[in-house]
Design a protein around this ligand. Sequence first.
Ligand code: BES
Ligand code: MN
Ligand code: ZN
Length: 502
Amino acid sequence: MISIKTELKDVLSIKSDALVIFIPSDEKNSKAAKRKLETLFGKSISSTSLIDVTGKTGETTVFYTPESFASKRIILTGIGESNKVTLEYIRRAGATAAKKAQEIKLSSIAYILDIFDNGNLPLTDSYEDISCAIAEGAVLGTYKFATYFTDDEQKSTHLKAVSLIAHAKKYLKEIEKGTNRAAAICEGVYLARDLGNTPGLDLYPGTLAAIARDKCRKAGCNVTVLDEKKITSLKMGGVLSVSKGSERLPRFIIIEWNGGRRSEKPYVLVGKGITFDTGGISLKPSANMAEMKMDMSGAAAVIGAMMTVAALKLPVNVIGLVPACENMPSGKAIRPGDVIRIMDGKTVEVDNTDAEGRLILADALVYAKRYKPKAVVDLATLTGACVVALGHYATGMMGNDDNILDALKAAGDRSYERVCELPLYDEYEKLIKSNVADVKNVGGRWAGAITAGWFLKKFVDEYPWVHLDIAGTAILEENGDYTQKGASGVGVRLLVEWLRSV
Ligand code: BES
Ligand code: MN
Ligand code: ZN
């Protein structure tokens, strides 16, 4: 990950490969910004060379500075219309500039923040939040999964350092807070993306548990990993039956962060950790099956969030639970029609072995009860139906508690990892009725995301609970402003933003 610094310096003496300056696109503010550039940089930026600079989002323009400047270049990055600027546009503009720097092989850039000074833009966000957004954009925008390349050019990341420049001393502290928060968040997102992108050959329940233990312990959490023996003695029938077809034994990972008072009940985060989903005996078609290496994205979000929560020393108690299995077909695998028993004793008819996520989550939701949690939030790449419903720009959300649903909606809007509620109406319950067991693991053709939610609800105790179906938002088909094709690491920023607010 690139390093993020905060510095108090005047523009002349900042030493970097490029100064980054934000440009709005509306007439009035764009003109003012350009006039300021001309005064500052003299004839190296003339009004004619600025004609093509529109300030639209996604646009960058590179200029060279006069000799009197310690930085060689200027990158102008558009943030769009002044009165529409939000933290998300700032995040994107931060990313656009960093990606440009990466492309032209610069190793350091310095963001100039004075456009965000009082009154310049109709923004009410704090300098801390603005700085956090810029740094997030820079770091997340330049992520690359390079573990398996052997070619130096593919492996290399040119951009090494970004700094955010405070133009007045009174802003220094706030900017520092913002960049420190961004650094902790981005470490979590990078970990989640790396875990998602790592192939099933190398990432399986045992290695997932080892990485979670290592990273979260270093951040200050307690980590316990339950092996197959312990999982058997706990009678976690969902975890045991899903992993039966695989040579790789399951794990149940427990991560604890005690930042709150001892007496305070914890929030519990649950992440689906299917390290590879072939579908099992109900085998998936081969097209795009490789994507199913990312079927542990819920687990990755929980592990990344726990690491970040600890790094930020948030004053709350949080437990992360990750049931981890590989879903494989074999002579030992469970078959359609089998009836299994979840940890609470309820029986499930496994009509389709490809609806495996809900089986392992059921055990985790039952296990969560022992903490008497303030709330439980589960994240899972649970259904293709959710991708059909919402595509890649919103996470499907269901739950039983309006306060938690509202808080997650708000955190989603602020972090821009947005969630959209789907209804758990009573009528949907009958779709998962079984003739031979307490419940069936599939609900037929319609409302697949909701019947999956309803299945989970059967194993939720009295506690407030929210289910997040991240099937569409965790696995991306193309690059975005600060996301790349592959694992997005979605959920880390959402969970951290929510836990910061509770
Ligand atoms: N991991 C998949 C869901 C999924 C699909 C995630 C596409 C991301 C992209 C899940 O285990 C699954 O296979 N779900 C089935 C459920 C069905 C059998 C009821 C599905 O969605 O087809
Ligand atoms: Mn499946
Ligand atoms: Zn799955």
